[in-house]
Design a protein around this ligand. Structure first.
Ligand code: AMP
Ligand code: ZN
Ligand code: FE
Ligand code: FE
Length: 273
């Protein structure tokens, strides 16, 4: 199906602006694209006037549930007061974390300033990929992968945890902003956490799950599809595109899905080719 409901932009840790994402989506012949930045929804404002392709206002909230899970909000009111208050508080907490990380890097003998990180980040969502960019630029590592392995992963030297909203609150924020709450890339969630979470998605206010994601095997897609169908949940599909520099994924790359995805898209008000 030619749509992409999970795309990052320069408003978080993607490399393309919302306008560039939309142009790329049009070139690929997609009928719909959702802008879903980490803890940020204002990127939609830059492309709200778009008429040639359906652009969906979205967000990908980092939420707490036995660790971290990602919660997509699709078709949200991106100007909703409570949602914007959350965006603002996350941005502040990410800034504090970035300051603590800069300290850790300096303690580890790597010269770095807050300005270096701010220069790598075009929006207000300071993330670890921006640190990776700084490390590459300064010649400490050769790749994002190496930056994460040596310094940024949860068990690595310079990791600092970040405040997250509880999964229920995440769903509530999205639902209250008129959006549909979708569990992002469930195939990336560990088996034990999935066993705890899967039976409670409806109770938490979820509308669907992202059954189709480039990191999912065909087998996982099939299992997630039948899980969704049997549990009264809808399914979505997205590439999780961040930019060519970071992964090999392209906009619109996730093309799997069938009738139930089409039905889910109708429920979302999206008609796809
Ligand atoms: P943060 O928002 O600071 O927690 O950073 C999380 C983001 O870093 C994810 O959304 C990915 O875009 C990226 N990321 C996480 N782990 C890796 C990794 N091992 N290699 C490359 N990018 C990663
Ligand atoms: Zn990201
Ligand atoms: Fe994610
Ligand atoms: Fe994502």
């Amino acid at each position: 199906m030619k749509l992409d409901l999970h795309v990052h932009t320069t408003y978080s840790d993607g490399v393309l602006t919302p306008r560039q994402v939309v142009e790329q989506a049009k070139q690929c012949g997609l009928s719909a694209v959702a802008i879903t930045d980490h803890d940020e929804c204002r990127g939609y404002g830059d492309v709200a006037d778009e008429r040639d392709i359906k652009v969906i206002a979205g967000i990908e909230l980092s939420a707490a549930f036995h660790g971290e899970v990602h919660v997509l909000g699709l078709d949200v009111d991106w100007q909703n007061t409570a949602l914007l208050a959350h965006v603002n508080s996350q941005s502040q907490s990410r800034r504090k974390r970035a300051e603590a990380m800069v300290e850790k890097f300096r303690d580890n003998g790597i010269e770095m300033t807050m300005q270096d990180v701010l220069d790598a980040c075009k929006g207000d969502v300071l993330g670890r990929p921006h640190f990776a960019e700084v490390l590459i630029k300064k010649g400490h590592v050769n790749s994002t992968k190496q930056a994460f392995a040596q310094y940024l992963n949860q068990n690595a030297k310079c990791f600092v945890a970040r405040g997250k909203v509880d999964i229920r609150e995440a769903a509530q924020l999205i639902n209250d902003a008129g959006g549909k709450t979708v569990l992002a890339h469930p195939g990336l969630i560990s088996g034990t956490v999935w066993n705890e979470l899967s039976g409670r998605l409806t109770e938490f206010g979820f509308w669907g799950i992202e059954a189709y994601h480039p990191a999912h095997t065909n087998g996982q897609c099939r299992e997630l599809l039948s899980f969704a169908k049997s549990g009264g949940l809808f399914v979505t599909s997205g590439s999780d595109f961040h930019g060519y520099a970071k992964t090999a994924v392209e906009i619109g790359q996730e093309r799997r899905g069938g009738k139930y995805l089409a039905r889910s898209m109708s429920a979302l008000g999206v008609t796809a080719r």
